[in-house]
Design a binder for this molecule. Sequence first.
Ligand code: 5GP
Ligand code: MN
Length: 348
Amino acid sequence: MAEQKKYHRFITEIDMKDVDRVKQLVLASRNVVITCHVSPDGDALGSSCALCHVLKAIGKQVNIVTADCAPKALQFLPGVRDIIAATRQNERARELMTNADLIFCMDFNDPERLDKLSGTLLESKALKIMIDHHLAPRLEAEVQISRPEVSSTSALLYIFLWQAAWTRYLNRSAAACIYTGMMTDTGNFSYNSNDPDLYLIIHDLMRKGIDKDNLYKLVMNTSSESRVRIMGFAQYRMQIIPEHKAAIITLSETELKEFEYNKGDTEGLVNVPLSIPDVTYSIFLREDANDCVKVSMRSKGNFSVSLICEENFNGGGHTNAAGGEFKGSLVCAVQKLLEIIPNYDKYL
Ligand code: 5GP
Ligand code: MN
C-alpha cells in the first residue's frame, strides 16, 4: 500500500500506466530526439532542455531539434546552445528526426506547430511521446500526456519525473530549466498560478540549488534599447474599443525597421493592455515580411481568444493566450479584426 501511494504527492496525477510506458520506451531507445514548438518560449525550451539533461544523466543519446533558434533572453538556459535548429542546420535537424527511434514532443498539441519540421516529424518512424498542456491535442503519439489544466509543460514534466522516480536525475541546471518554464508561462506566478502543486515543485527545485531571484533577472532584465523604445511606441499608439472591451496594438513592417526590431523585442507587449480593468482582451498584430501578420491575443477570465484565433486566424492556443496568422497586409488584418470583433460580444 505504502509503495503504491509513493507517487501521490501532487494533486495532478499522470496515469501510472503512461508513466511506466514512457520509462520503458526511454530505456529501450537508442536515439532520442526532443522537439518543441516554433519560436520556442521559456516553457518550450525549459521543458525540452530539462528533459535532455535527465535523459543524458540516464545515459541516453539525445538531441534537441527545433524549427528555429532560441531567443536571446533564453540563451542562458543550460543546454540551449546545443540545440539543432533547422534554420541553421537544416540537413542535420531532419536527419536526426528521421533517424530517431523515440521523439519527445514538448509543449505543442499539433504537428503544424513545428513549422517547417512538421512533415519530417510526421514522416519519422520514431515512436512519439507528447508532454503538453495545450487544449485539443491533434498529434498522434504512442503516449499522450496532455493536461491543459497544468500551467506549464515544465511543471507537468516535473510531475512526470516525480512519478517516474526520476527526479534524482535532475541536477541544478535541469532544475533551473524547469523553473524558467514554470515562471514564464505564469508571468512570474501572476496568472494560472493558483495550483498548490506549483509551490511544492518550486520547493523541490530550490532544494536542487536554483537561485530563483537570479533566474527572474536573467529572463526579464535583458531588454535591448530597441525593445524598450518599440514597447513604448506601440503602447502609446494602442487603440481601445470600449464597447467591445478590446485593445489593439499594431506594428507595421516599416515601423519595425525604423525601430531596428529584433526577434523577441515585442515579447509581453500583448499583455500590457490587460492591466486596464475595462479591457477584457488584447490583440497584437505584427507585420512580418511577405505579407504575413503575426496575430497574438490575451484575455481575462473565461473569454476565449483561442476561439477567435481558431475561427479567423488559422491558429489556436489557450483560453487566455492564443495566436495565429493573417496572410495579407497589416491594414487588411486590422480591417478583418474590426469586422469580426462584434461577433464575440456574446462571450464578454
Ligand atoms: P504568443 O502570443 O506568445 O505567440 O502565443 C501564445 C500562445 O498561443 C502559444 O503558447 C500557443 O499556444 C498559441 N499560438 C501562438 N501562435 C499560434 C499559431 O500560429 N497557431 C496555433 N495553433 N497556436 C498559436
Ligand atoms: Mn507552455
